[in-house]
Design a protein around this ligand. Structure first.
Ligand code: FES
Length: 168
């Protein structure tokens, strides 16, 4: 018989300690994740992301610009593609609008509704926005399209995280 025989009491102690530790880890992990998440998000979303759009080529006509970036979410990295509608306004200022409809989140298109030319149109419930992203009263959207902050680097357009117009 071995000298290191585990008594019933010790066995129960080890088992309960192990199970308790496992359960505690299960409860603590979401809390740690919650505390650390803003830091992770800041590194993923706080930076400006390169687009393939040359600033010199931006015209007065809204153009769809797709841009892809790697998003780090805790231990998981995924490739995300976002879209912006980009143009220069009458003052030559760049405008970069989110395509996400402020009604229920469908994707808007430029100049696709022949009865309302030169508007952003949401096909899901016939939502309309003027060229500057303002929602047209009487159509379902309840707010203007979000706006991307932007920078020019080496002649290319870089976009930040889209925010509600006038939002911080
Ligand atoms: S989701 Fe765009 S109008 Fe409803």
């Amino acid at each position: 018989m071995s000298k290191h025989r585990v008594s019933r009491r010790q066995f129960l102690n080890y088992t309960l300690t192990g199970v308790g530790g496992f359960m505690a880890a299960g409860m603590l992990m979401p809390m740690v994740r919650f505390a650390v998440d803003p830091v992770l998000k800041a590194s993923a979303g706080g930076d400006f992301i390169a687009t393939p759009q040359k600033v010199a080529d931006i015209t007065n006509e809204p153009t769809r610009v797709d841009f892809t970036f790697e998003q780090q979410d805790a231990w998981y990295t995924s490739e995300v593609t976002n879209t912006a509608w980009v143009y220069k306004d009458e003052n030559g200022e760049i405008v970069a609008l989110s395509p996400i409809c402020k009604h229920l989140g469908c994707v808007v298109d430029w100049n696709k509704d022949k009865t309302n030319p030169d508007h952003f149109f949401c096909p899901c419930h016939n939502g309309l926005y003027t060229k500057d992203g303002t929602n047209v009263p009487g159509t379902p959207p309840i707010a203007p399209l979000d706006v991307y902050p932007f920078e020019e680097r080496d002649g290319y357009l870089y976009l930040g995280k889209a925010k509600p117009r006038g939002g911080a």
